[in-house]
Each structure stands twice: as structure tokens, then as C-alpha cells.
Design a protein around this ligand. Structure first.
Ligand SMILES: [Zn+2]
Length: 401
């Protein structure tokens, strides 16, 4: 038996003042409603009631891990999403290429939204600092990741990002007992990187073109790489994921799942759903469970665009029949609520439906935040979803005699 878990990032919402309905309730979604009618519905607290999740912690929870236990920061998941080979205990950070002037005053936090830092990455890879091995990778536009490997390292250090321009960049300071060495290594690396970046032909070209040079590294979001019990061991399911967000791919990679390719030319509400669906089909061939995480809903929610959210929900609904026949079980849910009127993640539970052989079909006939609250699944937590699914798939082991 195979299962497809479709996670719509930020799909869930609250009723809008103007409509009295959520975007999901407002949208015409005959295919989602059909799933609701055929399956068992419920509400899910992605992490726990009252906890507003990030997409990383929510996906950890959906895969059956306790984010309070394994999560210390976003860095490791970004680094894993970028494909860096990580080891337990490595400390990873998110990095911005930024612009400073000759007095180290911050001029641009994103170096003019640099398009690609690949040429700079090569130069920075040559920098060695005593006390730790350093891995550096440019990811997308002005973003990069930095990994420290060695003895006595800690993620408990401050960021050097003042979060506003016109002020001097800060030094990295230890925040906890073990942060001293890490702060020293990072400060030395950042200083050496600044020297290298100032002389880089790439930046000399940018200066000639009147563009802000990418001559400084802002470091934040540190975390220790956790050792996650592989999904396959936890649930006896060979898992894979198809996810537009590198952060989610990172979570899945650290959970030992295979990671599919997604087209990056179109993203957000312009996502090529057909191409992603094709990748899901391919990944299911050699997996028992595929997690398909869609972006788009969350972005328009952060931008407060209710009508566009409805539009994308309807477009996704039209596409849903293509995903229907790919696996025995289909789960449709969200990783968290992002109300368009709040423009941030909130802790409201999200609707969930499970369709497949043997499920106890309930009376719910439409897929929505309020309709699903009447469903047979009741209210569950994110961490409980895969155990429930694994049991339906005949993979659970009896507890007791
Ligand atoms: Zn978000």
C-alpha cells in the first residue's frame, strides 16, 4: 500500500471580516469536497494547541518528530535543503550576502538582491579558520548557508545582522556557555570573507555597473544538526518528498527521505502543478509514502491577498484529480494557518482528510476549516498523523498482547 500526503503551506485561514468565510470556504472546490465526502475528516494542531508553527517545525511534527526535542534553529534544515552533507552535531547558520561601506556600515542587507552568489561561493570555500571545518554554499539569490564542524561548537551565539541599514555591523557574541569558540571562529571567517569579497572580480564588476557589491556576510538562524531516527525505521515506510521550499526539503532529507526535483522556474501561485504532480508520481514508484508540500498559499497569505488565495485554491482543486489515483491513501492538509488578515502564521488547527481503503467515512461533505471540525478524526496533533496513516496501511505493530 502506498500513501500520498499533500501538505498545502499556509492553506488554512480564519473567516474574513468582509466575507464571513475563510478563503478555503469561499473557493469553489468540488474535488476537495469530494475527498471530504469519501474520507474521514478532522482538525489537526500542527504542533500543539496554541503553538504557531514555522514551516520547518510543522513539517518535523507532521513526520512524527517532536520539534521541541530536535529543533534548535532553522540553519540545519536550510543547509540540508541546499544539499550539504551534514553530520550530527554540526552547527549550521543562514547567511545573507550584504553590502557594507569602508567603515563597515551596513548599506544593503541583501546586496541589491544579488541574483546568484555561486562565483563568490568558490572563493569563500578556500578560507580556512583554526578550530573548525567550514562548509559554505550559496543557495538562491542573496542567500547562503554556513556549516561549522568540529569540537566544542554551539549554536548559542548572537547574529551580526543589525536588521537595519546605516549602522555598523555587529560582532558575533557568545550567548551561552559553549558559544565562545563558535563566536571566535565565525568572526574570523566573516572578517577573512570580507577581505576576499572586497577583491573579488565579481564585486569589482558590480561596482563598475553601479550595483552594491556583495562584500559582507550576515549570519543568523544557527542550530545544531539533530540526529533524527529515519522515517523508514520509525514507521516501516520508505519515504520521499516533493517540496518547492528548500527548508522543507531539508527537513525531509534529515529524516532520511529521498528528495525529488521540482521545477524552480515557476514558483508560488505560478507553480507548475502538472510538473510537480509528475514528480510525485515518479517518486511514488519507489516509495511507500510521498510527502508533497506546496508553496503558494502561504505567500499570498503573507501578502494579505485574499482573492489571489481563493484563485490559487481553485486552481489547485482543478489539479487534484491528477493526484487522486497515484496512491492507495491520500491525505490532504496544511502545515499551519496563515490568515490573510494577520499575514503571519497563527496557532489555529488546520483541516485534514484521509481517503483510502477501510477509513471510517464520516458525514462531512466539504473540505474547510469549520466543516472538518465535525469529522470522525476529531482533533489530532501533527505528530499523530503518520502513526494513524501507518496503521491504516497495515504497518503498525500491536502494543501489548
Ligand atoms: Zn509562512
Amino acid at each position: 500500500m502506498k500513501a500520498l500526503v499533500v501538505v498545502c503551506d499556509g492553506l488554512a485561514d480564519r473567516p474574513l471580516k468582509e466575507w464571513g468565510l475563510t478563503p478555503l470556504e469561499k473557493a469553489e472546490t468540488p474535488n476537495m469536497d469530494e475527498l471530504a465526502a469519501e474520507g474521514i475528516c478532522g482538525m489537526m494542531d500542527p504542533i500543539a494547541p496554541g503553538i504557531a508553527p514555522g514551516s520547518d517545525t510543522a513539517h518535523l511534527s507532521l513526520l512524527g518528530y517532536d520539534p521541541f526535542e530536535v529543533y534548535s534553529g532553522r540553519g540545519p534544515f536550510e543547509a540540508a535543503g541546499a544539499g550539504l552533507p551534514l553530520r550530527k552535531g554540526d552547527v549550521a547558520f543562514r547567511v545573507n550576502f550584504a553590502t557594507v561601506d569602508e567603515n563597515l556600515f551596513l548599506r544593503d542587507r541583501r546586496a541589491g538582491r544579488l541574483r546568484d552568489g555561486g562565483e563568490l561561493e568558490k572563493l569563500l570555500r578556500g578560507i580556512k579558520v583554526k578550530g573548525a571545518e567550514i562548509l559554505f554554499r550559496s543557495t538562491s539569490s542573496h542567500r547562503a548557508v554556513l556549516v561549522l564542524r568540529g569540537e566544542g561548537l554551539s549554536y548559542e551565539v548572537s547574529s551580526n545582522d543589525p536588521h537595519r541599514t546605516g549602522v555598523k555591523v555587529e560582532g558575533i557574541r557568545p550567548l551561552g556557555a559553549g558559544g565562545g569558540k563558535t563566536a571566535r571562529v565565525l568572526n574570523e571567517f566573516i572578517e577573512r570573507a570580507h577581505e576576499v569579497l572586497e577583491r573579488a572580480p565579481f564585486n569589482l564588476r558590480r561596482k563598475r555597473q553601479g550595483l552594491p557589491p556583495a562584500n559582507y556576510l550576515l549570519v543568523r538562524g544557527g542550530g545544531t544538526v539533530p540526529s533524527l531516527e529515519p522515517l523508514e525505521k520509525k514507521f516501516s515506510l520508505r519515504g520521499a518528498c516533493v517540496a518547492a521550499a528548500a527548508l522543507v526539503r531539508g527537513v525531509c532529507r534529515l529524516a532520511g527521505m529521498r528528495v525529488g526535483e521540482v521545477p524552480t522556474s515557476t514558483t508560488g501561485v505560478d507553480t507548475d502543478l502538472r510538473a510537480e504532480g509528475e514528480e510525485v508520481r515518479k517518486m511514488l514508484e519507489e516509495s511507500d509514502l510521498v510527502l508533497y508540500s506546496l508553496k503558494g498559499f502561504d505567500e499570498v497569505s503573507h501578502d494579505g491577498q485574499a482573492a489571489r488565495k481563493v484563485e490559487f485554491i481553485e486552481r489547485f482543486d482543478e489539479h487534484l484529480p491528477l493526484l487522486r489515483g497515484l496512491a492507495d491513501f491520500l491525505v490532504l492538509t496544511a502545515d499551519h494557518t496563515t490568515p490573510v488578515e494577520v499575514r503571519e502564521h497563527t496557532a489555529d488547527p488546520v483541516p485534514v482528510v484521509v481517503v483510502g481503503p477501510g477509513v471510517r467515512r464520516d458525514e462531512v461533505k466539504s473540505f474547510g476549516e469549520r466543516s472538518c471540525a465535525k469529522g470522525g478524526l476529531g482533533r489530532i496533533r501533527g505528530r499523530e498523523l503518520l502513526p494513524i496513516l501507518a496503521d491504516l496501511m497495515g504497518k503498525s505493530r500491536k502494543f501489548g498482547a
